[in-house]
Write a protein that binds this ligand. Structure first.
Ligand SMILES: [Cu+2]
Length: 181
């Protein structure tokens, strides 16, 4: 009980401190000249799979393939010829799928592809323009993409082959004064 109460008090104090810091940071917006940071983010391109049998769970009524190009569905009779009751699903994804940086930061994505022989990827800036042009990634290779997060908002690393779910969302927050914008 004591430790719980202490932890709760600690959390409250932490939240109050964070609020105070945010207020102070906002007030100091014009004087925050903290230099932009560089982030190296390691990402894995992978495929997760699941399966069961019709006696345990009925197959989905909506074909997962209709929900995303990154999803796959093998119905009973197709998943396993030796076991016609079995059905399987899978999903391509990037891990991590969400990253937060601040405006002006340099983002270096180091991506290793574990599954899939072809991924057609690009990075969309918040205004919809391509921050990084189309490039093809294949299994077993490591790729490096780098860009400066010049705009606040959301950058998207997208794989056209497995859209919209194989993606990394890069949220760019304001908070630093941009020197020589
Ligand atoms: Cu892909």
């Amino acid at each position: 009980m004591l430790s719980k109460a202490h932890s709760r008090l600690g959390n409250a104090a932490g939240i109050a401190l964070a609020a105070l810091f945010l207020t102070a940071a906002q007030g100091m917006g014009q004087t925050d000249t903290t230099p932009p940071a560089s982030h190296t983010i390691f990402v894995t391109g992978l495929e997760v799979k699941g399966g069961t049998t019709v006696d345990k769970l009925a197959p989905p009524s909506i074909n997962p393939k209709d929900l995303s190009r990154g999803y796959d569905f093998k119905p009973p009779g197709e998943a396993d010829k030796a076991n016609p009751k079995r059905w399987e699903v899978s999903s391509y994804r990037f891990d991590p799928g969400f990253v937060t940086v601040r405006q002006g930061d340099t983002v270096k994505l180091v991506v290793f592809i574990v599954n899939g022989d072809k991924h057609l990827v690009w990075i969309a800036a918040p205004d919809g323009k391509k921050a990084v042009s189309d490039t093809v990634w294949s299994r077993g290779r490591e790729y490096v993409l780098q860009f400066v997060a010049e705009k606040t908002g959301v950058y998207h690393l997208v794989c056209s082959e497995h859209a919209p779910t194989m993606a990394v969302t890069i949220l760019v927050l304001p908070g630093r004064q941009v020197i020589n914008p």
